[in-house]
Design a binder for this molecule. Structure first.
Ligand SMILES: [Zn+2]
Length: 199
């Protein structure tokens, strides 16, 4: 992925959507945010863009394709991304609150360290994704193919992994509380969690 860097020397952020600087160093961050939201709503296929730090509230973004896009440190609340196609995207350190990715096809995408609350990933392909270190509560991954995804060190509180393919899924050092793994092939996952049992 080749996202341009912010024009400010020493700034490690990506240049925000169609800007030469990140949101923090943008001359008009308000206009940049509005243009980015308009673009997300209008385009069916969104590729190689950074939306880092953007807040997305109550947006319908279902059935869209996202390729090699960055949503790091974004806040997504009450957004509908059902049936989305997401490939090689970055949601690390994002806050996802009441977001639906139901019926999506999400591959090689990073959600590391994200806060994921009241979200629905059910009935999705979620292969080779990185959920390491997430804090996840009251959310559903039911009926998903999670092949080769990683939840290392994740805090999982009332999360359903019911009827999932967990082949080669890594749950090392995850902390599951009241999680549902029924009808899933947990025996094919890596889940060495000291003093705890997944069920
Ligand atoms: Zn910057």
């Amino acid at each position: 992925m080749l996202l341009r860097r912010c024009r400010v020397p020493q700034c490690l952020n990506s240049a925000f959507f169609r800007q030469d600087a990140c949101l923090q160093h943008s001359a008009d961050a308000g206009a940049a945010r509005t243009a980015a939201v308009d673009y997300l709503l209008s385009e069916a296929r969104i590729t190689e863009l950074s939306f880092d730090g953007l807040r997305l509230s109550a947006l319908t973004l279902s059935d869209k394709t996202f390729e090699q896009c960055s949503f790091r440190h974004c806040v997504l609340e009450q957004c509908d991304l059902s049936r989305a196609v997401v490939n090689l995207c970055f949601f690390d350190h994002a806050g996802l609150d009441t977001v639906s990715f139901a019926g999506s096809d999400i591959r090689r995408t990073v959600f590391g360290m994200a806060h994921i609350i009241d979200c629905d990933f059910s009935d999705s392909e979620l292969c080779e994704c990185n959920f390491n270190g997430i804090t996840c509560g009251n959310s559903r991954f039911s009926d998903c193919d999670l092949h080769s995804s990683r939840f290392i060190g994740a805090s999982l509180d009332h999360v359903s992994f019911r009827n999932c393919n967990l082949h080669e899924v890594h749950f090392g050092n995850a902390i599951p509380v009241e999680c549902d793994f029924r009808y899933s092939n947990l025996e094919d996952a890596h889940h060495h969690i000291p003093g705890r049992r997944l069920r």
